[in-house]
Design a binder for this molecule. Structure first.
Ligand code: GDP
Length: 606
């Protein structure tokens, strides 16, 4: 890392901050993006707004024009704002560029009518994980009952025009949402009341339909980023570039869409990108951007550039990009650079992900659209509440080979013969093969939905196993025969007993240790106060019926083979203990487990 850039640090030499939009589905992310993009002018992209690959560029001039009503004396030092176009997805917002978040700042959209929703919280956690600044857009204010719209107006101005009722409803909802953020450990405040920006996150009320509050949002984005991120936003010649998407384009083969955060890219530059099968070394065949005029944009036609300077969204064509991984860094090999070093650096992102794979080799397979989303998913699976081991990872659609890989677990641990697919497609052939082999594939767009599905599946499997194991698992108990309660001496034996220790359960084989461990049969039923029950716990006095375990043998008899003073205990074995441990760990108390150990000694089990 070069340290000497500090001298170049200057406010005149800033690049555009990169912004992304996140939030729960249907909060209005797409609409808000459209609204920010669409100026009053109908045709083309007026005001210097340019469509780039995967991003839209807003020049400072445009932002100044749109925010002039705010009279904020908007001294804009950044050349503009680069907004990533694909809203909402972790896949895009968790993208990194040399270790830190690709996005300098994010807009977290919350629907004022719904408050914080599951994906809002997921986005929040990602932003915190990446230490990314963000501003909350409290969207759909126009839906407050009785709202009077004034198009594209600053929020304070439009708020003054609202009736008392509307203002009250707004305040009430705002307060609720601030409380919800507080519950997530976050201080938030209406932006124009926020005196401690940095510690308290700002909320900007907006309407993506009427454009109200949008000037405020734009100004705040730019002001906040240039105020706090001068160092990060200082233009540097060192190329910093992240792969957004890997796409096949007719006539161009496999291309990569990248965001160039810093530096300059040239046609012919030798580049290294991270690939599924190792580093990909190639050279830039073409640097492409869309035509600046909408009318000229025909599918598959692009403007060619000799060179492009940051910050920009670009499509790169080159040979050998088929296995490139979205979400990783792109490196340029300079004349002084050592290719091996750069190849290693390019694989660095992948390494951190590889390290997350369970060393035991037992675990589920996970698959995601980008490295960023894969990381987010792995991070989540690792948390103690979730704790799902991972044995394999992949990026991109689920293919037959991925199913084959997951099927290896069928023999080891059936529940792990599972693919958790996050934001990726499953090919029909892969689906077919999975059904055939018995590999489960769970698909979701929200991380914790994957967890919910997997957990339901595991719980179901456990339940099934428990049922299968019920005959083999033996609950530990010690019973004392109550005086005057021998109701039947044999076939079946019916006794009143006091549960001295453990749990008496229907199905438990019973033996008498004092009489050379003779087996007297299995508990066929239990009655507590004349009501049939499945189990009786320590301290309960119940009637039990014991039938012979082996129909070909005469059952042992009370008064002949055992007596009133003899204790009755569960007959346990090595196998029964193992089954108990595997399936009923949580059904037994610590005391019960101690009894298991005691009986183990009694029966001399190794
Ligand atoms: P996304 O899933 O977050 O991208 O949400 P969309 O942008 O697709 O919006 C979801 C729905 O909410 C659409 O029907 C939009 O027209 C509507 N919508 C979005 N923003 C607003 C808003 O500010 N006001 C109102 N009334 N509707 C909105």
């Amino acid at each position: 890392k070069k340290e000497d850039t500090s001298t170049e640090k200057s406010e005149d030499n800033l690049r555009s901050p990169i912004c992304c939009i996140m939030g729960h589905v249907d909060t209005g992310k797409t609409k808000l993006l459209d609204c920010i993009r669409g100026t009053n002018v109908q045709e083309g992209e007026a005001g210097g707004i340019t469509q780039q690959i995967g991003a839209t560029y807003f020049p400072a001039e445009n932002i100044r024009e749109r925010t002039k009503e705010l009279k904020a004396d908007a001294k804009l030092k950044v050349p503009g704002l680069l907004v990533i176009d694909t809203p909402g997805h972790e896949s895009f917002t968790n993208l990194r560029s040399r270790g830190s978040s690709l996005c300098d700042i994010a807009i977290l959209v919350v629907d004022i009518m719904h408050g914080l929703e599951p994906q809002t919280i997921e986005s929040l956690n990602l932003l915190r994980m990446r230490n990314t600044e963000f501003i909350v857009a409290l969207n759909k204010v126009d839906r407050l009952y009785g709202w009077k719209t004034s198009r594209n107006a600053p929020i304070m101005k439009t708020m003054k025009q609202q009736s008392k009722d509307v203002q009250n409803e707004f305040s009430m909802r705002l307060t609720q949402i601030i409380t919800q953020f507080k519950e997530q450990g976050l201080n938030t405040e209406l932006y124009y009341k926020n005196r401690e920006m940095g510690e308290t996150y700002s909320i900007v009320p907006t309407s993506a339909i009427s454009g109200e509050g949008v000037p405020d949002l734009l100004l705040l984005l730019v002001q906040w980023s240039q105020k706090t991120m001068v160092e990060k936003l200082t233009y540097s010649n060192e190329v910093q570039c992240t792969v957004l998407e890997v796409k096949v384009v007719e006539g161009h083969g496999t291309t990569i869409d990248v965001v160039l955060v810093n530096g300059v890219l040239h046609e012919g530059d030798q580049i290294v990108v991270c690939g599924m099968q190792g580093p990909i070394v190639t050279s830039i065949r073409a640097l492409l951007t869309p035509h600046p005029m909408k009318e000229l944009r025909v599918k598959g036609t692009y403007l060619h550039h000799k060179q492009i300077k940051a910050a920009q969204g670009i499509k790169i064509t080159a040979q050998g990009l088929e296995h490139a991984i979205a979400g990783t860094g792109l490196y340029v090999v300079g004349p002084q650079d050592d290719l091996d070093d750069i190849m290693e650096a390019a694989m660095e992102d992948m390494k951190s992900v590889m390290n997350r794979i369970d060393k035991s080799g037992e675990g589920v397979c996970v698959q995601a659209s980008t490295l960023g989303s894969l990381e987010a998913l792995l991070e989540f699976l690792k948390t103690p509440e979730v704790n799902i081991p991972v044995s394999g990872i992949s990026i991109g659609p689920v293919h037959k080979k991925d199913v084959m890989k997951a099927s290896v677990m069928l023999e080891k641990k059936k529940e792990f013969a599972t693919i958790l697919a996050f934001d990726v497609k499953v090919t029909p052939e892969a689906r077919e093969l999975a059904d055939e082999l018995g590999v489960k594939i769970f698909i979701a767009d929200i991380i914790y939905h994957l967890f919910d599905q997997f957990k339901a599946y595991i719980d179901n499997l456990k339940e099934q196993k428990k049922k299968e194991a019920a005959d083999e698992a033996v609950f530990p108990c010690v019973l004392k025969i109550l005086p005057n309660c021998v109701f039947n001496k044999k076939d079946p034996i019916v006794l009143g007993v006091d549960v001295l220790e453990g749990i008496a359960k229907v199905g438990t084989p019973i033996c008498v240790p004092q009489r050379e461990f003779i087996d007297i049969g299995r508990v066929a039923s239990i009655e507590n106060n004349h009501k049939p029950v499945d189990i009786a716990k320590k301290g309960q006095k119940v009637a039990i019926k014991i039938i012979g375990s082996n129909p070909e043998e005469q059952q042992k008899m009370f008064g002949r083979h055992f007596e009133i003073e003899d204790e009755l205990v569960s007959r346990i074995s090595r196998n029964s203990i193992d089954v108990l441990k595997a399936n009923y760990r949580d059904d037994l108390s610590i005391e019960d487990w101690k009894l298991v150990v005691k009986l183990k000694t009694l029966f001399k089990i190794q």
